[in-house]
Design a protein around this ligand. Sequence first.
Ligand code: TXA
Ligand code: MG
Length: 334
Amino acid sequence: MSISSGQNQTGSAFISTCDADTVARAAQALRAGALVAFPTETVYGLGADAQNAQAVARIYQAKGRPADHPLIVHIPSMDLMGEWAGDIPEYAITLARDFWPGPLTLVLPRSALAKDFITGGQETVGLRVPAQPIALALLNEFVKAGGKGVAAPSANRFGAVSPTNALAVKEELGEYLQEGDLILDGGQSLVGVESTIVDCTGVAPMILRLGAVTAEMIQESTGLEALYKNPAGIKASGTLESHYQPKAKVMLDVIAEAGDGLIAPDQIPTPDGVIRLAAPFTIEQYARDLYAALRLADEKGLEIVVVLQPGGDGLAAAIRDRLQRAAWPTRSAD
Ligand code: TXA
Ligand code: MG
């Protein structure tokens, strides 16, 4: 497996296993202005103190992300919602109760704590309580150390595939990390696609990004219809046309030819000469393995990876959403 070489020759030293001491030290490092990449149940995040403008600026540098794209603030419990947001509608409280900790981000009217460098100048702030135990331990320690929330986008370069393990984070961002920064290793992310984002500024929830918390689940929880929409003017980088892209060209639902990579449900056989990258049995496994399989295509230096999309609603729709943004139109396109 290739390790990215970069300006930073100590890159291999960043990955750290997670005992209680390391997590406490990582929380201190965050408070001191360092970047800490950490596991969540969706994908790995690149964290910085959400009150520290300089630390947050380093996130944008490391990712190569435009500065007007807002960041999600991660908090250890819904008790801190009121610190970051005001005018919280009843249905947002219901969603937080039902799905936090979990793969759900709520977009709410911001409080004075959520500065422009977090919200990209918007009047809203995205909040999430992740379910991964190391993430929760880190956030709890961070609050004990006097912090209020950790800004964390997915720990990949802008437009690239989100990392679902610690090594993938190092490959994406190792060369942009500095002494004192850390990557906490919490193994493989269990969900594998980014959180569902729900805009809670209107009379009913509106889904801005599909994820493991589905429209049906949101409707059942709130009793309100949840539409999926990316309203013009709200910048959500996961909603740009091209995103989640590996170097290999992703082609959807075409016949794989010799030399191509293939990601497809288990029951689909692998044609001769085709390199099988994933063969998931279930939709959950499909989501969990997808990004690592796309990375594997790049590690193997493949030019084309054919992906047979899963059918169905819910998580399958979230997978298709990511694939369509990763995809190239035809085999002849370059
Ligand atoms: O699962 C996740 O959400 C992961 C983990 C690390 O928590 N994080 C993540 O962050 O995917 P990021 O920055 O890669 O994607 C968050 C998306 C971006 O498209 C951002 O523009 C959008 O959320 N977002 C954040 N705050 C927002 C806001 N106030 N209004 C609209 N969109 C917002
Ligand atoms: Mg992202």
